[in-house]
Write a protein that binds this ligand. Structure first.
Ligand SMILES: NC(=O)c1ccc[n+]([C@@H]2O[C@H](COP(=O)([O-])OP(=O)(O)OC[C@H]3O[C@@H](n4cnc5c(N)ncnc54)[C@H](OP(=O)(O)O)[C@@H]3O)[C@@H](O)[C@H]2O)c1
Length: 340
């Protein structure tokens, strides 16, 4: 009997995405213990306690082909759980672990299931000062915010260099980035389309000023007044181009997302006339060392009460409707998914 089979007796509740012959997509909440292939493949079998809801998960739950690369698929790009069995010496039974990205919920079964085999290579022990729920709440968005902030710091952006702009600021990446930057002593300015509802929230996360999303969302001049020492962008398109055009000489811009769009309708002028640097952030394939450093940053600087205040918990059975809410702008901060 393989380790996977020995733990597949009893129901395993999972969310499964399927596409029929006519291309119709369905999402079901079901017992997948009947089919061992739903346990996935990897060196470490975990009992998943928590996952999270990210923008990419919401896209997957809509059946977006840019995210869902194989059918049927258990979505969920994050998995936080307890090791049941490991053939990798770095992990033992009972260890609490987290895996973000690495194809989970895209080209291999993800965290919206109670039991999952995962690859050891990108698996990490959860930080000692976080609960499994908090690690689930942070999820890929928290990891990505930390990767972005570490990238700014690594490129030499210092608090005394000036303000850092954070776009998509009420969202997962934006909220955590604002908070981390604030804790590191940076002055931040938040861009949001929901100023009226969330001004207080953004100010509490440390934003010293708030800019309406519409101000950056359209075509702007190729070079604008230099205002930002750094930018954390999760929005792309015109917003990113305007943010780059407003970055001070030798400033650094990180780009991780495309909530406005995947296009980059700008010019090279900020790069060649101001030495602005544009850094791409890819959490899915980030090296183990980058992940370790990002989680260390979160562990050291994140105030867990701030995280708890911005966290909504949804049950696994309800994640599809929560995904629709995220896509229609009804959520903010982070959404943790209770799996077990
Ligand atoms: N590269 C990576 O590894 C990586 C990792 C994580 C996330 N991402 C990407 O980063 C982006 C944000 O992810 P998330 O999890 O933070 O999502 P999220 O929680 O839904 O936040 C996205 C935010 O973007 C803003 N926004 C939405 N539609 C917009 C539009 N049309 N124009 C301008 N702003 C808009 C909203 O903020 P306001 O209401 O405050 O304006 C929204 O809260 C997504 O594109 C996601 O795929 C990439």
């Amino acid at each position: 009997m393989t380790p996977a089979q020995s733990f597949s007796d009893g129901p395993i509740r999972s969310i499964v995405l399927r596409k029929d012959e006519d291309g119709n997509i369905s999402t079901s909440y079901e017992d997948t213990s009947v089919d061992p292939s739903f346990l996935g493949e990897g060196d470490v079998l975990i009992e998943v306690g928590w996952s999270s809801l990210n923008y990419k998960d919401a896209m997957a739950l809509e059946g977006n082909p840019g995210v869902v690369r194989t059918w049927p698929l258990i979505p969920g790009i994050d998995a936080v759980g307890t090791v049941i069995h490991s053939s990798d010496p770095r992990f033992g039974r009972g260890d609490e672990v987290v895996l973000n990205g690495t194809g989970l919920g895209e080209n291999r079964h993800g965290g919206y299931t109670q039991r999952l085999s995962v690859p050891a290579e990108s698996l990490l022990h959860i930080p000692f000062n976080f609960s499994a729920q908090q690690v689930g709440a942070l999820g890929t968005a928290g990891l990505t915010a930390a990767l972005s902030v570490n990238a700014l710091v690594d490129q030499g952006v210092k608090p005394e260099d000036g303000q850092v702009l954070v776009t998509g600021s009420t969202g997962g990446v934006g909220s955590i980035a604002l908070h981390l930057l604030n804790k590191l002593g940076y002055e931040t300015v938040a861009v949001t389309g929901r100023r009226e509802a969330y001004a207080e929230y953004l100010t509490a996360l440390g934003a010293s000023d708030i800019i309406d999303r519409a101000e950056l969302g359209g075509q702007g001049k190729p070079l604008q007044k230099g205002r930002w020492a750094g930018v954390v962008d999760s929005v792309g398109s015109h917003t990113l181009v305007n943010a780059i055009a407003q970055t001070k000489p030798n400033g650094v811009v990180t780009a991780c997302g495309m909530a406005q769009g995947p296009d980059l309708p700008g010019t090279v002028l900020p790069f060649i006339l101001r030495g602005v640097q544009l850094l791409g952030i890819n959490s899915v394939e980030a090296s183990r060392e980058l992940r370790r450093r990002a989680w260390a940053l979160l562990s050291e600087h994140l105030d867990t009460s701030v995280l708890d205040d911005m966290t909504t918990v949804v049950e696994l059975a309800d994640v599809a409707s929560a995904g629709a809410d995220l896509m229609s702008g009804k959520l903010h901060g982070r959404t943790a998914v209770r799996v077990h």
